[in-house]
Write a protein that binds this ligand. Structure first.
Ligand code: IFM
Length: 400
């Protein structure tokens, strides 16, 4: 890209987090329980995480000070509804204070209503696949309405339902003693969970709209950017459909669709291929492939035409912050090219604001801001200043 590209008016420019990954002490969630079982996937428990349940003001001060205009965070169902039908006024007031606190700092809050974790009681009764899960989700969202009823323009109903469906299969396999490898060969999504999540999304949209009609709703999908080798197009399409496209199809007609992309998945005639030997890998073991974002946007627009897109996550797990800047510049270049080609993109949120709990371990550092694991002192990295500045200049940052 050779010319400076100005962000369109109203373009969201932010960073993302999720409650369980940063709050700490989320003891009533199914993940906390999971973290204290002895499965190989878990290297360490989340513990205090970033202590953001108490330090959220500091997080928001930093993000606003860096120049960001938007902040995506999630509310924790396990805190709001610790037992079935029993709601915590204190937890609801906490998240309401966060919404108001964001606004006071000039940050527009995007609120994720579900980001991977469930209350323990919900999982014990069978999780999403159990009858009535959509009703229960709608009941929670009704009780949580004071959080988002005013001052929130965007609500994400469910984060990465396509990964939630994979996790449902993984959980069953782990319980039956099977070894599960996410990096090499992630399990197929569970069909009943997929259907239940699509129902739950529809109910959530209906519920939020009935209580707060001004809130723009959508859901965010993990886009694995399937790239077929020549001749493997049909194999790639068959691989992708239950893992992504069925969820994209369910987003048709939504106010917006969240695109989350990190890397690509190569598909050969026999299916998913390993990361090429000579490829640079991130701390997740994923191929370093910034152009994934542009591909994900184009594919999303082709399956859900007419639905505006928002990048709700994009980033890299690396200990080398110069690679983060390089990766993100490449990703933004691919985003700009997609927009030049007419793809309707309304915002970009980087994953993640903070180094945080990456579902079983702290080692993969995705943050723009480092967090000391004992003192919780936050230290913005150079990438944070580089990316945040675009919120003020309204010019898309490019390769230095
Ligand atoms: O940390 C996760 C996040 O919770 C969901 N999307 C992908 C991120 C990186 O793995």
């Amino acid at each position: 890209m050779t010319h400076a590209r100005h962000l369109p008016d109203g373009f969201l420019w932010g960073a993302s987090t999720a409650a369980h990954q940063i709050e700490g002490g989320n003891t009533n969630s199914d993940w906390w329980e999971f973290e204290h079982s002895s499965i190989p996937l878990i290297k360490e428990p989340s513990g205090d995480a970033c202590d953001s349940y108490h330090r959220w003001r500091e997080d928001m001060d930093l993000l606003a000070g860096l120049g960001f205009t938007d902040y995506r965070f999630s509310i924790e169902w396990a805190r709001i509804e610790p037992a079935p039908g029993e709601f915590s006024h204190a937890a609801i007031a906490h998240y309401r204070r966060m919404v108001e606190g964001a606004r006071e700092r000039g940050l527009r809050p995007m609120v994720t209503l579900h980001h991977f974790t469930n209350p323990r009681w919900f999982t014990e009764r069978g999780g999403w696949a159990a009858a009535g899960s959509d009703e229960l989700f709608a009941r929670f969202l009704t009780a949580a309405a004071p959080v988002y009823a005013t001052d929130v323009a965007h609500a994400c109903t469910i984060n990465e339902p396509n990964i939630v469906a994979v996790m449902a299969t993984a959980q069953a396999e782990i319980l039956s003693g099977k070894a599960v490898s996410f990096a090499e060969n992630p399990p197929a999504p569970d069909g009943a969970t997929t259907e239940a999540l699509i129902r739950a999304h529809a109910r959530a949209v209906e519920t939020v709209k009935s209580l707060a009609p001004h809130v723009s709703t959508g859901w965010s999908l993990a886009n694995m950017v399937c790239q077929p080798l020549p001749g493997a197009e049909d194999v790639a399409a068959a691989y992708r459909h239950p893992r992504l496209d069925v969820f994209l199809e369910a987003a048709r007609g939504d106010d917006w669709l969240g695109v989350q992309a990190y890397t690509r998945t190569l598909i050969g005639p026999e299916g998913r291929l390993p990361v090429p030997e000579d490829a640079e890998r991130t701390l997740m073991g994923w191929e370093y492939y910034p152009q994934a974002l542009g591909h994900a946007l184009r594919h999303s627009a082709s399956v859900a035409p007419g639905t505006p897109l928002i990048v709700t996550e994009n980033g890299i797990a690396t200990a080398d912050d110069t690679r983060r800047v390089h990766y993100t510049a490449g990703a933004l270049e691919s985003l700009a090219e997609a927009m030049d080609d007419g793809i309707d993109v309304r915002g970009y949120f980087h994953w993640s604001a903070l180094d945080n709990y990456e579902w079983g371990r702290y080692a993969p550092t995705f943050g723009l801001i480092a967090v000391d694991r004992e003192t919780f002192v936050r230290t913005p990295k150079p990438s944070a200043a580089w990316l945040g500045a675009a919120g003020r200049s309204r010019v898309l940052p490019t390769h230095a």
